[in-house]
Design a protein around this ligand. Structure first.
Ligand SMILES: *Cc1c(COP(=O)(O)O)cnc(C)c1O
Length: 385
């Protein structure tokens, strides 16, 4: 890490490509599904455009985002329709429907209201749209309810027959895929199969049928269908930590978060540390200041529990995580201003992982990496260009 930097998130694009290769290998053992690389939320904090490019270099042909704005940003960065199909699934009435049609995005449609927006945009832009119908098979979030599904399917089929849209996909999303064996999983698969049958009977011939996210990709081959939507696993983190570590699934963490120590000093016994004095030095000791805080995405919930690798040892945050900094008690050890503190990384050199931070903060590793803020510069290694 450059000595000029306070902190950085190091992003290993070779690890990302390796993870996609490992996932493809795994999927191919049981079927022929393709991978959609999910790069929403700035690729879970890893950087959407560099990660999308790395995924394309790894042979992926489908990208997924939540918002159409995220999808359009990929197109604006030069990832054209000939390079990648891009599905986006979180729409509101004011969304950029026309741009989405003009840029050849695959538009997720969860209800008739959305289909109406698509058809208006198609007429305005003068070209047909790609539509992927989403069924709510039990998540209770986006998607059409089974009771509303036949009507949505019929309307889409009619628009397709008129040449206004092409229904390229039928899909859904799991509620509890990260709890293998949860009864809702089999129930959702059953509802999904029924939704597919309704679509088929209405004359739809979707190019891709998909329901699997990372946990289902890793633990439930019968959910793979034609496409698996992989987010967390491609970033090298385990979506089912109880069932296996990243290494157990052949994955390697992509992000390392590190910072340079900004202050080292001796303090007497009984010295309060950070806001609220929730930590007091048990004896005369050395404190090191790590210059990242919750404004950088370090969770305040990990006060007095978050792990850090510093001066060749695993250590714990002493007291509150503040907006811009936190303290580590080095005990009898020493460190220098400018030394590297590794909050999380691959774990290969003893350092904690994002999963360790998730446990310390009472959350999931998804949130740990995604919340690393724009104040932390990303540095890319392992890229092909
Ligand atoms: C975020 C998201 C995914 C990816 O989930 P992971 O568990 O990270 O693989 C897949 N599908 C939808 C609809 C999502 O919102």
């Amino acid at each position: 890490m450059d000595t000029a930097l306070r902190a950085e998130a190091l992003i290993d694009l070779a690890a990302l490509r390796g993870n996609l290769a490992a996932l493809r290998e795994r999927i191919r053992r049981t079927g022929s599904a393709e991978i959609m690389s999910v790069v929403k939320a700035d690729a879970y904090g890893h950087g959407a455009v560099p990660c999308a490019r790395a995924a394309l270099a790894a042979g992926v042909r489908w990208l997924g985002t939540a918002t159409p704005e995220e999808a359009l940003a990929l197109r604006a960065a030069g990832i054209g329709p000939e390079q990648a199909r891009v599905l986006c699934w979180l729409w509101t009435p004011g969304s950029p429907w026309r741009d989405a049609v003009a840029q050849d995005l695959d538009i997720a449609v969860s209800g008739l209201w959305a289909l109406t927006h698509v058809l208006d945009a198609v007429r305005a832009v003068g070209r047909p749209a790609r539509v992927q119908l989403k069924a709510d098979t039990g998540l209770g979030r986006n998607g059409a309810q089974p009771a509303d599904w036949p009507e949505l399917v019929a309307a889409a089929r009619a628009a397709e027959a008129e040449g206004l849209i092409s229904v390229t996909g039928v899909w859904s999303h799991f509620a509890c895929a990260d709890e293998p064996g949860h009864p809702s999983i089999a129930a959702q698969l059953e509802v999904f199969r029924e939704a597919l049958a309704v679509a088929e009977a209405a004359g739809l011939r979707p190019e891709v049928r998909h329901i699997a996210n990372s946990p289902a990709t890793l633990t439930l081959p019968e959910s793979h269908f034609d496409l698996v939507r992989v987010g967390l696993a491609q970033y090298g983190l385990s979506p089912v930590p109880e069932a296996g570590s990243p290494a157990d699934f052949g994955l390697r963490p992509v992000m390392t978060l590190q910072a340079r120590i900004a202050q080292v000093k001796r303090v007497p016994q009984g010295h309060g540390v950070s806001y609220g004095h929730t930590y007091t030095t048990p004896g005369e000791t050395t404190l090191a200041l790590v210059p990242v805080g919750y404004a950088d995405g370090v969770p305040r919930h990990a006060s007095s529990s978050g792990p850090v690798w510093l001066a060749d040892k695993w250590r714990t945050v002493a007291g509150r995580v503040a907006m811009d900094q936190f303290i580590v008690d080095l005990g009898g050890d020493s460190a220098e201003v400018g030394d590297l503190a590794v909050l999380f990384g691959t774990g290969d050199h003893g350092e904690p992982t994002a999963e360790d931070w998730a446990r310390a903060a009472g959350t999931i590793s998804y949130e740990i990496v995604t919340r690393i803020s724009a104040r932390v510069p990303r540095r890319y290694v392992g890229g092909l260009d």
